[in-house]
Design a protein around this ligand. Structure first.
Ligand code: EPU
Length: 418
């Protein structure tokens, strides 16, 4: 298993370019299943989850050709409308094909996701939503089977809690349903908006994406399109925090600062030096910056996907901060690892109290999930001495060449293949 070896204390300068958003690209690939015409997607990040999704599409019968960051998908004949266990167990977002496959083929078979490091993460709301649109859903042998032989029916679906991929799954199901679907208590994330923009280009009729109520007028068929994925706000946020810890005029380029509002507000409240441009943010290390409490929330709140990285930042802030995780029940796996590096953190349920600043010292630490690993890399950048971050396959799921991007800005980080 690959490791990162990181020598702390280097200053990051210059530019770090942001890739396309993993969590916008994944539903975009699934949406290509809704038409038999070719779909061309640009700015697809070269990360493992996207390779997994491309293989899943191939498994269903679609062809997927890759040329750098561009993908050409043609879903002419979907001979196997299913997501097998092997795929779903490595990537829970595989459930995103459920909605499009039922809408397009009238049936779908998707493995139930198993356990996950950050929480139980059920997909009951996807299932309830599809049933709401008239699908018959059964569960056998670890698989969910959904059927709507006569097509789906537009209806009102109210999500019991806000779910990002659940909203996307239902949006993709509803675009080909008969009549009008109204999704209430929908997720408002930029990734949902990007999916709606792509579907609209394909001929879908969608209003209200980016608000809690999305209205979809079903159409009979969708056509092919070409679409460029939005920048990855979580990757951008991770590098911004790297800059706040170890940067000197470090520019994070090719991002959309409007998608980073919640983080930028927090960093400003901390007293961190930021300069926002139209598609970049420049950040510098700001000695003596303040600790500020943070609670994760659905968009436009502070993203749970930046909670671990924010906690790494708080270990270097002046004072005590309370970090509260409201989205997932078990997303503090980075805490014991940060403590091994010398951080002072106490957790109680979904709350963590961080006392800073603490001089961290390099240690051998273990990645447990994608964002937790990112926080360990950030901590290692400011730790005294050498850190070894194990199991970086977690980070490879969602960050494109993170070690190369950081090294190009001056970080002393290398990958040891194992
Ligand atoms: N939930 C249910 N039932 C459902 C669906 C969700 O109870 O049917 C619960 C979840 O267990 C969780 C909460 O609702 O407690 C929110 O989960 P959500 O469905 O919004 O998460 P997701 O769609 O599975 C996406 C991202 C995650 C990100 C979350 C929250 C993708 C592919 N994944 O997951 O990204 O953390 O939204 O913003 O878009 C990551 O990139 O590292 C990552 C985990």
């Amino acid at each position: 298993m690959d490791q990162f070896v990181i020598e702390g204390g280097a200053t990051l300068r210059g530019e770090i370019p942001v890739s396309g958003a993993k969590n916008a690209a994944l539903p975009a690939l699934a949406a290509a299943l809704l038409t038999e015409e070719p779909v061309v997607l640009h700015r697809i990040p070269r990360v493992r989850d996207l390779a997994t999704m491309a293989n899943l599409l191939r498994h269903t019968g679609a062809s997927v050709d890759t040329d750098g960051e561009t993908l050409r998908i043609e879903a002419r004949n979907l001979t196997h409308p299913e997501a097998p266990y092997e795929t779903v167990k490595t990537m829970r977002a595989s459930s995103l094909v459920l909605g499009p496959l039922v809408a397009r083929c009238g049936r779908a078979r998707v493995s139930m996701p198993g356990g996950c490091a950050i929480g139980t993460r059920p997909i009951d709301l996807h299932i309830l939503g599809l049933e709401g649109l008239g699908a018959r859903v059964t569960q056998t042998h670890g698989y969910i089977e959904a059927e709507a032989a006569g097509g789906l029916e537009g209806r009102k679906v109210t999500f019991g809690r806000i779910t990002v991929t659940g909203t996307e799954d239902l949006l993709m199901a509803a675009v080909l349903a008969r009549g009008t679907t109204v999704l209430e208590n929908a997720a408002q994330e930029p990734e949902v908006q990007d999916l709606a923009a792509m579907l609209t280009k394909m001929g879908a009729r969608i209003a209200g994406a980016g608000t809690p109520t999305i209205t979809i007028e079903g159409v009979e068929r969708l056509h092919g399109t070409e679409h460029t994925i939005i920048p990855d706000r979580i990757e951008a946020g991770t590098f911004l925090i790297a800059g706040a810890l170890a940067g000197e005029d470090l520019a994070i380029t090719g991002c959309d600062p409007a998608h980073l509002d919640a983080l930028l507000e927090k960093m400003t409240a901390c007293g961190i030096n930021l300069k926002t441009g139209p598609d970049s943010v420049t950040v510098s290390r700001s000695p003596g910056f303040r600790a500020v409490d943070m609670t994760t929330k659905e968009h436009p709140g502070f993203p749970t996907d930046l909670q671990a990285q924010y906690m790494a930042l708080m270990t270097q802030a002046d004072g005590i901060s309370l970090v509260t995780e409201t989205i997932f029940e078990n997303r503090f796996m980075h805490v014991p690892e940060l403590m091994r590096m010398g951080a002072s953190i106490r957790t109680d349920g979904r709350q963590a109290i961080v006392a800073g600043p603490r001089q961290l010292s390099g240690a051998q630490v273990m990645s447990s999930d994608l964002r937790a690993s990112a926080s360990l890399v950030l901590a290692a950048l400011v730790a005294r001495g050498t850190s070894i971050v194990d199991r970086v396959y977690h980070i490879d799921r969602g960050y494109e060449a993170i070690e190369q991007k950081l090294a190009a800005a001056g970080a002393r980080i290398s990958r040891v293949r194992g």
